[in-house]
Design a binder for this molecule. Structure first.
Ligand code: NDP
Length: 464
């Protein structure tokens, strides 16, 4: 039996991606560390049996794949990927292609690509977004690696990917870790999007006294307008759902502690190391951390009292989400531009916006406009591109009213407020870092430049 492609790791993502690949007409060999999972997969996939080769040991798996082999790994990031590559190395041949489709750290991908190149093995680091549903029906995929690795996988990936109209949501974005890097920033933006949605939910619930069903209705209405997106759509669904056991809104029964697997934190650390401002994602990661400090929050509520009420028209909340979203994406694309220059990747920013239009978690109506704006002014900040500048003029007043009302009531809106701070900082031509420099010089003789002596450096003040 000869399969066209192979996949290792039949967990949530791997099993769904394998079914997707089989269903799109590519015979696929599969292998999983725990045999029982392979057997369960084979039973569930019975109707696709003709397109599947299930194997129980790794050498049998490798032998079942036509050469040059294409082997997709869908195992947890980190050591499992290194271990699995080490186990494969004695079994594969020069010219074979290994694809890491997990959420790997892009620096690990760079390292693995270099190490495998020395063995004559091609490597593709593939960021896959869209969760289980995306993997099954069409994910958005961000590829990084050698041209040969991409050429070998493109025919399969283009069929398996989500489509926006007729355009497959997959692209070769650069060498080595470029694909996993873009996937990391995608996840960082996802954190910011979700945090801003959760903040607006909080205002509706605690500031305006709305029940979950009414909140769901509000989000459903926004999903008909310029905010139309997967996350707004499923917010309406989640807020509108009823727990079948108790009859209560499901949302009211979910513990308010957010999990995280680390890609948001990686994005923030990477942005900090590059001195790229990413305040919306920073606020979102910090909010998830604070969500875990339930005891401290209960104690704080007991000492300081809970927040008060506020009232705002629905359109202001919608504007806050619009402006917040534009500013968060502007920060994300600026980070991509900075990393692209530093790593010498030539990341195609408009194409990245295009492949996020379908299949991935942050898919939204606005991404098409972003792709156009980035194509017209590739070096510009998205926030300054003409169409988005007009949108910000229209929506920032609403964001401002929301942040002001929430702040006066004592309701937390850290991601929305930080994006507003970013916006107001960007429109302040004469900033306040002259005082920072004065202080640094006063206590540490760090020196400054003067407005009236251009070019002269390391000047000092008349103090001490
Ligand atoms: P699961 O936990 O559902 O599955 C993990 C799979 O990896 C299992 O098949 C498991 O095999 C195998 N595995 C674990 N450790 C090893 C190891 N040391 N050696 C070999 N195989 C191993 O994970 P997911 O499918 O959710 O995630 C897989 C990857 O995809 C991760 O990198 C994840 O971050 C990423 N991802 C996940 C998304 C999601 O929505 N879940 C979305 C996008 C990306 P066994 O049966 O033996 O335990």
């Amino acid at each position: 039996e000869t399969a066209e492609i192979g996949l290792i790791g039949l967990g949530t993502m791997g099993a769904n991606l394998a079914l997707n690949i089989a269903e799109t007409g590519h015979k696929i060999a599969v292998w999983n560390r725990t045999r029982a999972r392979t057997e369960a997969f084979a039973r569930e996939a019975d109707d696709l049996a003709a397109m599947l080769v299930t194997t129980v040991d790794l050498s049998e798996f490798v032998a079942a794949i036509a050469r040059p082999r294409r082997i997709v790994l869908m195992v947890p990031a980190g050591k499992p990927v290194d271990d699995q590559i080490a186990a494969l190395l004695p079994l594969v041949d020069a010219g074979d292609v290994i694809v890491d489709a997990g959420n790997s750290d892009w620096q690990d991908t760079d390292r693995r690509a270099a190490a495998l190149a020395r063995e004559g093995i091609e490597f593709l680091g593939l960021g896959v977004s869209g969760g289980a549903e995306g993997a099954r029906n069409g994910p958005s995929m961000m590829a990084g690696g050698s041209d040969r690795a991409w050429a070998a996988l493109a025919p399969v990936l283009q069929v398996v990917a989500a489509r926006f109209e007729h355009d497959p949501c997959v692209a070769h974005l650069g060498p080595g870790g470029a694909g996993h890097y873009v996937k990391m920033v995608h996840n960082g933006i996802e954190y910011a999007d979700m945090q801003m949605i959760a903040e607006v939910y909080g205002l509706m619930r605690d500031g305006m006294g709305q029940g979950a069903a009414a909140i769901g209705d509000g989000f459903a209405r926004w999903n008909e307008g310029p905010l139309a997106s997967y996350l707004i759509e499923i917010t309406a669904e989640v807020a509108g759902s009823i727990d079948p056991d108790s009859g209560h809104p499901m949302l009211d029964l979910i513990v308010d502690r957010a999990g995280q697997k680390g890609t948001g934190r990686w994005t923030v650390i990477d942005a900090q190391m590059r001195a790229a401002p990413l305040p919306a994602v920073e606020a979102a990661v910090t909010a998830r951390v604070l969500s875990g400090e339930a005891e401290a929050r209960a104690e704080g509520a007991a000492i300081f009292g809970e927040a008060g009420a506020m009232e705002l028209p629905e359109r202001d909340l919608e504007s806050a989400l619009m402006a917040g979203k534009i500013l968060a994406y502007s920060q994300g694309f600026s980070l991509l531009a900075t990393a692209s220059a530093e790593q010498d990747w030539s990341l195609p920013l408009p194409r990245i916006a295009e492949i996020w239009r379908a299949g991935c978690i942050i898919r939204s109506a606005m991404l098409g406009d972003m792709a156009r704006a980035l194509a017209e002014a590739p070096d510009a900040r998205l926030a300054f591109a003409p169409d988005f500048a007009v949108a910000l003029e229209a929506h920032v007043p609403g964001l401002r009213r929301v942040v002001a009302a929430a702040t006066l009531a004592g309701l937390p809106v850290p991601a929305l407020a930080s994006s507003l701070g970013y916006f107001d900082t960007l429109r302040q031509a004469r900033g306040t870092a002259n005082l920072i420099q004065g202080l640094r010089d006063r206590f540490g003789a760090h020196g400054f430049e003067r407005t009236d002596r251009p070019g002269a450096r390391d000047l000092h003040g008349p103090w001490g």
